[in-house]
Design a protein around this ligand. Sequence first.
Ligand SMILES: [Zn+2]
Length: 110
Amino acid sequence: MFEVAVEQGFASAHALRNYKGRCENVHGHNWKVRVVIEGRQLEMAAIIDRIDHQFLNEIPPFDVTNPSAENIAEYFYQRMNEGLTATPVPVRIREVKIWETDIQSATYRP
Ligand SMILES: [Zn+2]
């Protein structure tokens, strides 16, 4: 079994709701996402296309859910997992890691 990691970047703005600090204001990040899977390589361009150069707070589910790195990591997991149900070869997503900055990241593991 192979373990494959796919990394891609996107630039999006967000504003954290009910956050007592500067991150409550609209600001941007050059995000990086890494998805680790067991099996063959995955395509995540469609997910990136939807949020790249966007204000995340205006895109469902982040118009309701806080667009934190944790929730964005889970979002990537859910979207990619939906795509996997159609693949004939079993592929399992082990984790999704989102970098908000070079030194701050959040990891979602199912
Ligand atoms: Zn931020």
